[in-house]
Ligand binder design. Structure first.
Ligand SMILES: Cc1cc2nc3c(=O)[nH]c(=O)nc-3n(C[C@H](O)[C@H](O)[C@H](O)COP(=O)(O)OP(=O)(O)OC[C@H]3O[C@@H](n4cnc5c(N)ncnc54)[C@H](O)[C@@H]3O)c2cc1C
Ligand SMILES: *[C@@H]1O[C@H](CO)[C@@H](O)[C@H](O)[C@H]1NC(C)=O
Ligand SMILES: *[C@@H]1O[C@H](CO)[C@@H](O)[C@H](O)[C@H]1NC(C)=O
Ligand SMILES: *[C@@H]1O[C@H](CO)[C@@H](O)[C@H](O)[C@H]1NC(C)=O
Ligand SMILES: *[C@@H]1O[C@H](CO)[C@@H](O)[C@H](O)[C@H]1NC(C)=O
Ligand SMILES: *[C@@H]1O[C@H](CO)[C@@H](O)[C@H](O)[C@H]1NC(C)=O
Length: 531
C-alpha cells in the first residue's frame, strides 16, 4: 500500500491543507485532520484516485453527499454531530487504507450502506469520525447456473431485485420489503421480507462474504472462519468490521404471484378481524404472507378519528388457490377476487415498496423516489395472541392524540420457515414461539423531536404486558437506543444484548473478543469485548 512520495502526492496534500485552512469549523482540529488526510494519501497505492473520494466540510458537495443517504431526517438538525470526513471508495484497497489511517489517528469509522439505521448510527457519532459511505460499491452479479449472486454491500435491495429479475423471472431473494435498504446494514442485521415464511431471512440465505477486519485484511468465509461468518449474519456488521459483499442463494419464485391490499376500519369490525388474524397469519400456508399496517385516520363519513388497517399480502401462487385458502381460513376479511391482482414477483416488489402497480421497474433503481421524514421506531414480538381488550387499549393511544397523527403499527406474521430454523443458527433468535413482530413507528415533518418520542415510549410501556418478556425481545434492524447503551459485557447483556440476541449475545461477545480485541469497530450498541 505504501508508495513513494511523489510530486503528485505533494500537490494533492497541499490542496487539502489549503482547503482545511479555509474551513472555520475545523480550525481547532486542522493539524489532526491534516495528518489523517496525509495518511490517506500517502498510504494509498493510488493517491490521485483516493483524493477524489474524500470530502471535507469545506468541499462544496460535502452536505449533499452527507444527506443523500440520511433516511431519518431527525438526524439532520444543526446540532447533530457531523463527520470530519466522508470517504466514498471506488476500490476495496481504499477501504483498507482508510482502516489503517483511522486506527492510526484515532478517528472512528461509521460505515454506511443504505443509511436506513433507525438511530442514525451509520452517520452520527459523538466522537471524531469519518463516514465510510459505500455508495459507489454496488455491483450485482447474478449467476443463473448456480442460482447464486454476489452483491456489493453498497447496493440497495431494489438494485438486487432488479438485477435478479433481469436474468430470470423465476428467481428472487427473501430480503426486505423496502426497496431502498442497503445490503450492508440490512443483511448483517437479519433482514426480513414478504417471503420469510417460505425461505427465512435474508441472512439465512447468505453463503459467503467478503469482509475487511480491524487490521485492514480482506477475508472470505474460509479465511474468517465459521464463528465470524456466523456473527455477521444477524449480529450487525458494524460491531465486527466492514462487509464488502455477500454471496447469496437465490430462491425459486413462481412466474405469477398474487397481491392484495385490503383496508378495514374500526367501523368495519377491525378489532375482531385483527384478533382472528393472529390465529391465521402465523399458521397458514408458507406461500401466504399477510402483513397488517395500521394508521390512525379521520373517517370521512363520521368526521371522527378511527383506525384503518391495510392487510398487505403476497401470495406465491395464483388467485384461485388464494381465494380458496382465504375462504377456508380467514373469511372474516371478506376478500373478493376484485381485491386481488396477479403480477410477476418483481412487480410485487414495486407494489410492496408503496409504488403504484405498473410503475416501470427502473423505479427500483431510484434511491430518491420516495419522500423522507423524521421518525422513531421500536419493535416487539408477540408470543401469544393479544385479546380484543388489549387492542382496544392500543386504539386509545391513537385517539385524539395529536402526537399520533402519523403513527403506524405494523404486524408481521412469522411461522413457516421462521419456526423451522433453530435459534442459534445465526445470531437472530426470534424463531419458534414468535407469532408475529410488532413495529411501532411515529413519523413527523421537520427535525424537531418532541412530543412524538414520548408518545411512542408510553405506547411501548402499555404493550409490555401483551408481548414477549424476560427478555422482552427486539429486532436489531429496528435498533432502539431506549433499550440502553450499556458498554460493558455485563451491562449490555442485561439490556439490549439480550433483547436483540437472547442467548446468542454470549457467543457474539466471544467472537467480538477474538475478531476485534481492541474494539476498533464500535458504536452506542455495538457488541462489547469480554473484558
Ligand atoms: C423505511 C424503512 C423500511 C424498512 N423496512 C425493513 C424491512 O422490510 N425489513 C427489514 O428487515 N428491515 C427493514 N428496515 C430496517 C433495515 O433493515 C435496517 O435499518 C438496516 O440496518 C438498513 O441497512 P442500511 O444499509 O440501509 O443502513 P445503514 O444505516 O447504512 O446501516 C445500518 C447499520 O449497519 C452498519 N453497516 C452498514 N453497512 C455496513 C457494512 N457494509 N459493513 C458493516 N456494517 C455496515 C451501519 O454502520 C449501521 O450500524 C427498514 C428501515 C426503514 C428506515
Ligand atoms: C471538492 O470540491 C471541489 C470544488 O469545490 C471539486 O472540484 C472536488 O471534486 C470536490 N472533491 C470531491 C472529492 O468531490
Ligand atoms: C433541520 O432543521 C433546521 C432548523 O432547525 C433546518 O435549518 C434544516 O434545514 C433542517 N434539515 C432538514 C434536512 O430538513
Ligand atoms: C360486524 O360484525 C357484526 C356482528 O358480528 C355483523 O353483524 C356486521 O355485519 C359486521 N359489520 C361489517 C361491516 O362487517
Ligand atoms: C364522533 O365522536 C363524538 C365524540 O366522541 C361522538 O359523540 C359521536 O357519536 C361520534 N360520531 C359518530 C358518527 O360515531
Ligand atoms: C427519482 O425520483 C425523484 C422523485 O420522484 C425524481 O425527482 C427524480 O428525477 C428521479 N430520478 C431519476 C434518475 O429518475
Amino acid at each position: 500500500m505504501k508508495t513513494p512520495y511523489s510530486l503528485l502526492n505533494l500537490i494533492v496534500a497541499v490542496n487539502f491543507l489549503l482547503v482545511l485552512q479555509a474551513s472555520q469549523s475545523l480550525s481547532s482540529n486542522t493539524n489532526d485532520d491534516y495528518d489523517f488526510l496525509d495518511c490517506l494519501i500517502h498510504k494509498s497505492d493510488d493517491p490521485d484516485s483516493i483524493s477524489r473520494v474524500i470530502y471535507t466540510p469545506s468541499n462544496s458537495s460535502y452536505t449533499s453527499v452527507l444527506q443523500f443517504s440520511i433516511n431519518n431526517l431527525r438526524f439532520t438538525s444543526p446540532t447533530t454531530p457531523k463527520p470530519r470526513f466522508i470517504v466514498t471508495p471506488v476500490r476495496e484497497s481504499q477501504i483498507q487504507t482508510l482502516v489503517y489511517c483511522s486506527k492510526k489517528h484515532g478517528i472512528e469509522i461509521r460505515t454506511r450502506s443504505g443509511g436506513h439505521d433507525f438511530e442514525g448510527l451509520s452517520y452520527v457519532s459523538q466522537l471524531p469520525f469519518v463516514i465510510l459511505d459505500l455508495i459507489n460499491l454496488k455491483a450485482v452479479t447474478v449467476d443463473i447456473q448456480t442460482t447464486t449472486a454476489w452483491v456489493q454491500a453498497g447496493a440497495t435491495l431494489g438494485e438486487l431485485y432488479y438485477g435478479i429479475a433481469q436474468k430470470s423471472p423465476n428467481l428472487g431473494f427473501p430480503g426486505g420489503v423496502w426497496y431502498a435498504l442497503g445490503l450492508g446494514g440490512h443483511v448483517s442485521g437479519g433482514g426480513y421480507g414478504t417471503m420469510r415464511r417460505k425461505y427465512g431471512l435474508a441472512a439465512d440465505n447468505v453463503i459467503d462474504a467478503q469482509f475487511i477486519n480491524a487490521n485492514g485484511k480482506i477475508l472470505d468465509r474460509k479465511s474468517m472462519g465459521e464463528d465470524l461468518f456466523w456473527a455477521i449474519r444477524g449480529g450487525g456488521g458494524s460491531s465486527f468490521g466492514i462487509i464488502l459483499s455477500w454471496k447469496i442463494k437465490l430462491v425459486p419464485v413462481p412466474e405469477t404471484v398474487t397481491v392484495f391490499s385490503v383496508d378495514r376500519t374500526l367501523e368495519q369490525n377491525l378489532t375482531k378481524i385483527i384478533h382472528k388474524w393472529q390465529y391465521v397469519a402465523p399458521k397458514t400456508d408458507k406461500d401466504l404472507d399477510i402483513r397488517v399496517v395500521m394508521f390512525s385516520v379521520i373517517n370521512p363519513s363520521t368526521g371522527n378519528r378511527t383506525i384503518r388497517a391495510t392487510f398487505e399480502t403476497l401470495f406465491l401462487g395464483g388467485i384461485n388457490r388464494l381465494l380458496v385458502l382465504m375462504q377456508e381460513e380467514f373469511p372474516e376479511l371478506g376478500l373478493t377476487r376484485e381485491d386481488c391482482t396477479e403480477v410477476s414477483w418483481i412487480e410485487s416488489v414495486v407494489v410492496g415498496s408503496s409504488f403504484t402497480n405498473g410503475e416501470p421497474l427502473e423505479i427500483l433503481l431510484n434511491r430518491t423516489a420516495m419522500p423522507k421524514n423524521s421518525f422513531k421506531g421500536k419493535s416487539d414480538f408477540a408470543t401469544n395472541p393479544i385479546s380484543e381488550d388489549g387492542f382496544e387499549g392500543i386504539w386509545e393511544f391513537y385517539n385524539d392524540k395529536i402526537e399520533a397523527g402519523m403513527a403506524l403499527l405494523v404486524l408481521t406474521p412469522y411461522g413457516g420457515k421462521m419456526d423451522e430454523i433453530p435459534e442459534s443458527v445465526i445470531p437472530f433468535p426470534h424463531r419458534l414461539g414468535s407469532l408475529y413482530m410488532i413495529e411501532y413507528l411515529v413519523v413527523w415533518d421537520g427535525n424537531e423531536t418532541s412530543p412524538h418520542i414520548s408518545w411512542i415510549r408510553s405506547l411501548y410501556s402499555y404493550m409490555s404486558s401483551y408481548v414477549s418478556s424476560s427478555p422482552r425481545r427486539a429486532y436489531l434492524n429496528y435498533n432502539d437506543l431506549d433499550l440502553g447503551v450499556g458498554k460493558t459485557y455485563a451491562e449490555a447483556g442485561k439490556t439490549w444484548g439480550s433483547n436483540y440476541f437472547k442467548d446468542n449475545f454470549n457467543r457474539l461477545v466471544k467472537v467480538k473478543t477474538m475478531a476485534d480485541p481492541g474494539n476498533f469497530f464500535k458504536h452506542e450498541q455495538s457488541i462489547p469485548t469480554r473484558f
